[in-house]
Ligand binder design. Structure first.
Ligand code: FDA
Length: 497
């Protein structure tokens, strides 16, 4: 309630926030979570909570009047459509040189993501989090995160025959014919449920093209895992449709957290404040960085250090499609859950997931999201005149990613006698180089914070989300975000908060 005093506020309900809430509650601490997005627990008039990628409606995008689909075109035609402005589930946040996609709602990115739950290869970990003890991570915290998230892997025998993974088997064939290691990628989707979808005995979700705007069945988002357990403690409350705008030292100790309550049109209906002894920033890499940069620049948190806002990367994301020959159809039915990848990290700096194009028709296209070792790092800064936080990423900074992805796909194209698709991103572009799904950094561990995520300069403030990770995880990031949060919160609680 407005004006209340609470022990802990957690800003954001994604991976970092959910881990913090669960572990604090289990340690006997009452936690209040504040989330700018909706609760996503109530069906719409069609009986469904989430809408489909084939028919994005008011629920699809965060406060936009037109969709901004990652693939803007198909067969050369623009596919974006008008929608009512609503606090929808996917935010396509535009900065000068990049569009950053993020989940909005209770569960954060877990609501919209592909559920690919990948632990980095151990030999790459030193570059992911240089100050963190790898033995502890691989012995304790990665296993804990994988268990908490409910990670599993597709049954290889089922994969070999399932119609919905023909696209991935074509991806495997092409990878192997060019000599690249092909790997199965674990996921939090319930694989037994997917097999029953394929058998026609349950309501389809992955096999009905649900993904980017939420899955009505099958996917274990944080709502089903960490947040369910957190709520079951009785010590965690969540305020959806509340956006934190300020955190500053309170007169009698602790911090005043100011928030705006918003309606589903995005209008502010009330401004409230609570006082918290401790505040965990878990608003995601972009959300946490934007808050901290603004609060430092405007004097609300003057003692934050000069590292705040720095070290942001896009996890080297770049997309592309290849046009296959008629003898390599990828199938009209494609599971929206990717389950495989091509690992050329060591030799070429690229890990490419074989992604679906769930259009419902045969496209003869292979589609890929590559994660690359892009070295470029951007910085958030406060534009006082415009009263907003900006990010100095340049579109041209994706060039190293394209070069790394080409180490895989140029070779496959030569071997198969195929070409890149030019009809997916508009303007005959081959490379989807305008976006990222994997924002990381902005309040880097051991730089803006100490080695446990405690912000320098203001005791009682913590960062516990993707902002801690310096720009790249070599694979999809949420398992690493979860494992790091498990590590940090355990040590923070052990140290007496
Ligand atoms: P996360 O972004 O999850 O949560 C932050 C929360 O804070 C959000 O709910 C947000 O609304 C809220 N918030 C922000 N500012 C706020 C404020 N001022 N006040 C109140 N609340 C605020 N990763 C992966 O490993 N495998 C995958 O398959 C995919 N696939 C994928 C697909 C798509 C389309 C996207 C967009 C992303 C992915 N990802 C992914 C990335 C993954 O989802 C992402 O890395 C994590 O969700 C980040 O977790 P965090 O805890 O850092 O923040």
């Amino acid at each position: 309630a407005d004006g209340a005093r609470v022990p802990v506020v957690v800003i954001g309900t994604g991976y970092g926030g959910s881990v913090a809430a669960l572990r604090l509650a289990q340690a006997g601490v009452d936690v209040h979570m504040i989330e700018m997005g909706m609760a996503w627990d109530t069906p719409g008039s069609d009986g469904k909570i989430f809408c489909n990628t084939t028919a994005p409606d008011y629920r699809s995008y965060w406060l936009r009047t037109k969709t901004k689909q990652p693939l803007s075109n198909f067969l050369g035609f623009p596919i974006d459509r008008n929608i009512p402005r609503y606090t929808g589930i996917l935010d396509a946040e535009e900065f000068g040189g990049i569009t950053v996609y993020q989940g909005r709602g209770v569960g954060g990115g877990s609501l919209v993501n592909g559920g690919m739950a990948v632990t980095p290869r151990r030999e790459n970990f030193g570059a992911v989090l240089p100050s963190v003890n790898a033995d502890e991570m691989y012995d304790v915290y990665y296993p804990r995160a994988n268990a908490g998230l409910g990670v599993g892997t597709v049954d290889p025998a089922w994969f070999d025959t399932a119609a919905c993974y023909q696209y991935a088997r074509v991806g495997r064939k092409h990878a192997q014919r060019s000599g690249f290691p092909f790997v199965f990628v674990p996921d939090v989707y319930d694989w037994d449920y997917m097999a029953r979808e394929a058998a026609g005995s349950v309501t389809k979700s992955a096999l009905a093209g649900e993904i980017l705007y939420g899955n009505n069945h099958g996917k274990k988002s944080l709502q089903q895992t960490y947040l369910a357990r957190a709520k079951a403690t009785g010590r965690v409350s969540i305020s959806p449709l509340h956006r934190v705008t300020s955190v500053s030292p309170a007169g009698g100790g602790g911090y005043t957290v100011v928030m705006e309550q918003i309606d589903t049109g995005g209008g502010v209906t009330a401004t409230k404040s609570v006082t918290a002894d401790r505040v965990f920033f878990a608003a995601g890499s972009v959300g946490t960085s934007k808050l901290l940069v603004k609060l430092k620049a405007t004097g609300a948190l003057p003692n934050l250090n000069a590292e705040v806002g720095k070290g942001w990367g896009d996890n080297g994301n770049v997309m592309c499609g290849r046009a296959n020959h008629m003898w390599d159809p990828t199938g009209p039915l494609q599971s929206s859950i990717p389950c495989a990848g091509i690992d050329n990290w060591a030799a070429g700096g690229a890990f490419a997931e074989v992604a679906p194009l769930p259009t419902g028709i045969e496209t003869y296209a292979s589609f890929y999201l590559s994660i690359t070792r892009n070295p470029n790092r951007a910085r958030f800064s406060w534009n006082a005149a415009a009263s907003r936080v900006e990010l100095d990423w340049q579109t041209s900074w994706k060039q190293p990613s394209i070069a790394m992805a080409k180490t895989i796909f140029d070779k496959i194209n030569v071997k198969e006698g195929t070409i890149y698709r030019t009809d997916l991103f508009g303007g005959y572009k081959i490379w989807g180089d305008h976006l990222t799904y994997h924002p990381l950094g902005g309040a880097v561990l051991n730089k803006a914070t100490d080695d446990l995520g405690r912000l320098h300069g203001h005791p009682g403030l913590y960062v516990i989300d993707g902002a801690l990770i310096p720009g790249n995880t070599s694979v999809n990031p949420f398992v690493t975000i979860t494992a790091l949060a498990e590590r940090n919160i355990e040590k923070i609680i052990a140290a007496g908060l």
